[in-house]
Design a protein around this ligand. Structure first.
Ligand code: G
Ligand code: G
Ligand code: MN
Ligand code: NA
Length: 259
């Protein structure tokens, strides 16, 4: 209860903020979207990453209002960029949903309200869910995914390859994007087995008509290999680290290439 009270206080005090990490087109490297990643500007402990408070927010249920805030704030910010930054009109925003948030009965209504209030084009919004979430209560999950997609948003499976999804299951889920986990990307340039696995995921995506995003790209070798495999998009420190909105806006204005 103590922990929940602290998170509640921080949320009310406006201590959370959103950083954004660029997602680029492969092979051109053009900025096509950003992933929203929450941070806590703690008054004593400084800037805290999600690993230090998301598990607690999940346990205490505060992930529902906190996740809602991240969704609303990032849609508001990206809708403003769409209006105000030349050539940024097609920039996508990817938002992580935790399992508890996904299972919350009000989720679809909340997403619909945020889309309406922010004025963002729903087709520019991607909701990321994890592979392990898909494996629970399958029928309810499928119907929630259909309801979300009916709002016009796209669905990505995050950390793909780390959980266990049978291929036949994957076909049943209405999804648009596979995000290949960093664990598979780390050694693709040095380990032929890992390169083969990454290639298999890209081909799986192509067979199911899904876009693929490689996460955690840190080297030029990884970049060129993934381009050669036909992976659609990439994300990683090679291109950019997560950063605050002012930094991202400067990137958008510099590159004028997110259209
Ligand atoms: O940049 P990074 O350290 O920011 O993120 C660490 C982890 O925290 C990632 O697995 C990411 O999915 C998760 N995360 C970041 N922001 C959010 C959020 O707004 N909601 C949820 N549920 N998870 C998030
Ligand atoms: O939601 P998800 O677990 O995919 O969150 C992405 C996480 O990966 C965030 O913590 C983000 O900061 C981190 N990340 C993104 N690109 C890189 C990278 O190139 N290297 C490393 N080590 N971490 C990355
Ligand atoms: Mn993610
Ligand atoms: Na991930």
């Amino acid at each position: 209860a103590e922990a929940r009270a602290q998170l509640e206080r921080a949320l009310a005090a406006g201590e959370f903020l959103v950083h954004y990490q660029p997602i680029v087109d492969l092979p051109s490297g053009r900025l096509i979207g950003v992933e929203a990643l929450v941070r806590w500007q703690h008054p004593e402990r400084g800037l805290l990453g999600p690993d230090t408070f998301i598990p607690l927010a999940e346990e205490t249920g505060l992930i529902v209002p906190l996740g809602h805030w991240v969704l609303a704030e990032s849609c508001r910010q990206v809708a403003a960029w769409h209006r105000e930054v030349p050539d940024a009109g097609r920039l996508r925003v990817s938002i992580n949903l935790s399992a508890r948030q996904f299972q919350h009965a009000g989720l679809v209504g909340d997403v619909a309200a945020v889309l309406r209030e922010s004025g963002i084009d729903p087709g520019r919004v991607v909701l990321e869910i994890t592979e392990s979430l898909l494996m629970r209560d399958t029928d309810a999950t499928i119907s929630t995914l259909h309801e979300l997609r009916a709002l016009g948003v796209h669905i990505a499976i995050d950390d793909f390859g780390t959980g266990y999804s049978s291929l036949s299951y994957l076909r049943r889920f209405p999804i648009d994007i596979l995000k290949i986990d960093k664990a598979f990307i780390d050694r693709i340039a040095t380990d032929p087995d890992d390169a083969t696995l990454a290639e298999a995921v890209v081909q799986l995506g192509r067979a199911l008509r899904l876009q693929t995003v490689a996460e955690g790209i840190e080297s030029l070798d990884q970049h060129s290999l993934l381009s050669a495999l036909g992976c659609t998009y990439g994300q990683g420190y090679l291109f950019a680290r997560p950063a605050g909105p002012a930094h991202i806006e400067a990137l958008l204005r510099q590159s004028r290439n997110s259209g």
